[in-house]
Design a protein around this ligand. Structure first.
Ligand code: ADP
Length: 585
């Protein structure tokens, strides 16, 4: 409380007034006392001189012979209204107004008598044993021809002056108290006037920090407080704009972190997480609220990541490593970077999911090896046939004709493959515009059924068509969707042994029409299922069979170009079911 500015004003003010009034009063009362004392002294001096003169004139003999003068002393005391003592030149008391002189000792050594002897007048204030209170004594020598023949001493009690003095002191004390109270009250008013706006300002500032809101403080004052309020308002405004700028920066940063596909994690010097973005949540299957504040080891779980963090912490250098999580079939690259001055001893860890890139690399590698493989077989047989012709078969026209026929078959197969590849590339790059027409699912199925009926019969596979007539029409490019149907049906017949069945069907599935080609053939191994729609991909079993491995890739692209989806379900040795959907008209 006393540390507040208000009290710092009130206390010194009041104390100052108190001290100055009290000091002034003290000096004043002292002065009055001295003045009164002086006037009393002057009066007693006059009285003593008068008495001395009278005694010198009338009682010279008594004085010199040492006769008692008590009656004179009493007479003069009555006249002067004071105590009167008449002393002989040797100090013997000859007359005393207020006491019997019998037994009174010599007065020569009294200070006032000594002073009178020395300086011609002597005064002294002391406690009188005779009358029992403070007295002012004034003594004058009685001189005859420059010789001291006696002394007159007139004295009065100081009671009166002291009573006066006490009265003055009381008045001064009262005046001091009144002045101090008035001064105190005035200082309170002044202190309040000065501190009130400051208190309001402080309260407003406290409100703002508690409510976390900002408002403009109004002040009509033009003094320092008004200037302070204005400065405060300007400060708040500046702070507000800085906070806004920071918030928008933070918002940008947060949305970048949120939308990033890479996992971003920041760990402090103890390895506790302070940041965990959405991608990291997905990668490590942990909510950010759970992760932040927890240790790196607990959340990232893999010891490689903890080692990476430790290496980065020890070396202060960027570290990276790749981890294959075979359980999820994914590849993750982790990079640990020290954050330097921005956040000392904090380490930023970035996690990139390389699974897709790795998969694409594998697809590309496989594609090259597959295409080389597909080209090698016809090219090798063409080379063999050419060599046979060169080494003499040309001279045997029937054999040469047969060889040329075989060569033509190989060249046809090659050109078929090249044209399929070209077709696929064109579809993939969107160079084949679809010519959409309204067709009914049943017509599409019937067309495919008719085209492959003969092939199915040859393979002794039963072809079944199941489709109701009232299925709604679809919007599709008939030759292209027909090609999808034929590709699927062709595969189904090819991979179904004799006496097997292939069923073609279609039904409505919400806004889509779903087409199904189901066979009771060899099926597809589970490991191959995810890759079956890739270019040139063939199961081990189909590797020796004819076919380029491009049919399903073409089918997938065409279905997707129509806005549909294609997928397969299969159990080895039981058969496969290919589904694809096309939106309704
Ligand atoms: P291909 O011209 O070799 O038939 P596809 O792209 O049409 O090429 O098929 C790719 C591979 O998918 C085939 O080689 C085969 O291994 C497998 N496959 C496709 N359809 C079936 C099916 N109905 N039954 C079993 N395997 C199939």
């Amino acid at each position: 409380m006393f540390s507040s500015m208000r009290w710092r004003i009130i206390f010194p003010y009041t104390l100052l007034i108190l001290l100055s009034v009290a000091g002034m009063g003290f000096f004043l009362s002292n002065d009055i006392y001295q003045a009164q004392l002086q006037s009393l002294q002057d009066r007693l001096t006059d009285d003593a001189l008068l008495l001395s003169d009278s005694l010198l004139n009338d009682k010279k003999d008594e004085l010199t012979s040492g006769q008692p003068l008590t009656a004179d002393a009493r007479y003069w005391a009555g006249l002067l209204d004071a105590r009167v003592t008449i002393i002989a030149g040797d100090g013997t008391v000859l007359g005393e107004s207020h006491q019997d002189i019998e037994g009174m000792d010599n007065r020569l050594n009294r200070p006032e008598v000594q002073s009178a002897l020395e300086y011609g007048i002597g005064t002294n204030i002391r406690y009188s044993q005779t009358v029992k209170y403070d007295m002012l004594y004034v003594a004058i020598p009685i001189l005859q021809n420059q010789e001291v023949i006696g002394y007159t001493r007139v004295s009065l009690p100081l009671k009166e002056i002291e009573a006066n003095q006490a009265q003055v002191r009381n008045k001064i004390i009262i005046a001091t108290i009144v002045a101090a109270s008035l001064g105190g009250a005035l200082s309170i008013v002044i202190a309040l006037r000065i501190t009130h706006p400051l208190r309001t300002l402080t309260q407003e500032a406290q409100h703002m920090t508690q409510e976390e809101t900002t408002r403009h403080l109004s002040s009509t004052r033009r003094d320092e407080v008004g200037q302070l309020t204005q400065a405060f308002n300007a400060l708040v405004k500046k702070l507000q704009s800085q906070i806004h700028a920071l918030q928008s920066e933070q918002g940008k940063l947060a949305s970048v972190l949120e939308k990033m596909t890479d996992g971003v994690v920041i760990a402090d010097r103890d390895g506790d997480l302070i940041l965990f973005n959405a991608a990291a949540e997905r990668m490590f299957n942990t909510r950010a609220e759970m992760a932040v504040g927890n240790s790196l080891a607990k959340i990232l779980r893999q010891h490689q990541w903890i080692e990476l963090w430790e290496q980065c912490k020890q070396t202060g250098q960027e570290q990276s490593s790749t981890l294959e999580i075979s359980r999820q079939g994914s590849f993750i690259q982790g990079i640990a970077l020290p954050l330097g001055d921005a956040l000392p001893e904090h380490i930023l860890m970035l996690f990139q999911d390389l699974t897709r890139i790795r998969r694409l690399e594998t697809v590309r590698r496989d594609f090259i090896s597959n295409i080389s493989h597909e080209l090698r077989t016809p090219l090798a047989s063409l080379k063999a046939l050419t060599e046979t012709l060169q080494s003499g078969a040309l001279d045997d026209p029937p054999a040469a004709g047969r060889f040329l026929g075989l060569m033509e078959t190989e060249v046809d197969a090659l050109s078929h493959m090249v044209s399929e590849l070209l077709e696929l590339t064109r579809i993939e790059s969107g160079q084949v515009p679809l010519e959409l027409k309204t067709i009914f699912p049943r017509d599409l199925l019937t067309l495919a059924n008719d085209r492959l009926k003969m092939q199915a019969e040859r393979a002794q596979v039963k072809l079944i068509l199941e489709c109701s007539d009232d299925l709604p029409a679809i919007q599709a490019d008939p030759p292209r969707l027909g090609q999808v149907m034929v590709n699927l049906l062709h595969n189904a017949i090819k991979f179904t042994p004799a006496n097997g069945e292939v069923t073609l069907s279609a039904h409505q599935q919400g806004e889509m029409i779903e087409f199904i080609v189901q066979d009771s053939g060899v099926g597809i191994p589970a490991d191959d299922l995810p890759r079956i729609f890739e270019r040139f991909y063939k199961t081990d079993r189909a590797r020796s069979s004819g076919g380029t491995g491009l049919g399903l890739a073409i089918a997938r692209h065409l279905v997707e170009a129509h806005g549909g989806k294609i997928w397969v379900e299969s159990i080895e040795e039981r058969g496969s079911t290919f589904h694809f959907t096309i939106p309704r008209k």
